[in-house]
Write a protein that binds this ligand. Sequence first.
Ligand code: PHB
Length: 367
Amino acid sequence: MTTLFDPLRFGEISVANRIVMAPLTRDRAGPNQVPTPLMATYYEQRASAGLIVSEGTQVSPDGQGYLDTPGIYSAEQVAGWRRVTDAVHAAGGKMVAQLWHVGRISHVSLLPLGQVPVSSTARAAKTKTFTKAGFEAVSEPRALRLDEIAGVVAKFRHAARCAIDAGFDGVEVHGANGYLFEQFLRDSVNDRTDAYGGSFENRSRLLLEVIQAITSEIGHGRTGLRLSPVTPANDAAQDSNAQALFEYAVEQLAPMRMAFLHVVEGSTGGPRDIAPFDYAALRSRFKQGNEHGAWMVNNGYTRQMALNVVASGQADLVAFGKSFIGNPDLVRRLREDAPLAPLNQKLLYGGGAEGYTDYPALETAAA
Ligand code: PHB
């Protein structure tokens, strides 16, 4: 019987166990959005995860939506990430870069001078972002012109190449949580009348073009995707037919034979039962034509839930988010059924080592 602690190979990625560190925004990048040595320490401490998914990492300056998030488009950023991936690999871990474009979830103060956020739509989201001034309402976006879409695809392709150059084992496209791809996918947000709005086919087009570009750039075995079919995060209201929309998109993606699909079940970081959704149906669409692609689940998994979902074969990998913040040795604690330490909510975003690299591992905690 397969357990949470067994190794797995999916695509070109081999992991020592089925426990994944989920992407977590921590807002501690340095000048020019370059990853710092402190970030390398933070990830190295958590390298006993079978796989680490990096915090969201913008693919271009216009993809940034929060203060001090790292980028993955410049040589300087690639060199910064190289320190991170070297540290994780030296500690026996594996790591993929989460490729992020926030779309309309941004503020003009975070963008190159004179730019406004871009999206599928010109309608602003009713939400806030984290800027130099603290939490501020997001800025009104403009809708991407049809002739700009190829440029967005090119930015993701370039970022995927940068990720490989930086030593990552692969990439995860951030298709979740109300950011750019969900702004195209969901009919609650997308109000376009061109080839990127309207039908499932049109609303899925940007995502499919990006996955196609990345798989051809770095190989399907190093490409993954995160989706969150029903999360209300970032003012993305429910799609009028989320089940059929996401089944369509995943069915189209299956022949591209991605290494993994990572699904946030329910409301990101919140209730799992926010809206009905048949995730098993989504999984079977993914596995049809891509039986070796890994199915990664996330959101509020307890130890027992994670043990059960892997043992029953309903998932191949389980991603844990917040519990990895306070527990750098989460894998050991899950194996030994040891107590989990809480995290300090006030130290989540920005700052330095405090509330970041100073959470002790079990031995020190017990001493
Ligand atoms: C957050 O900063 O809370 C955050 C960032 C990216 C996500 C979700 C949440 O995808």
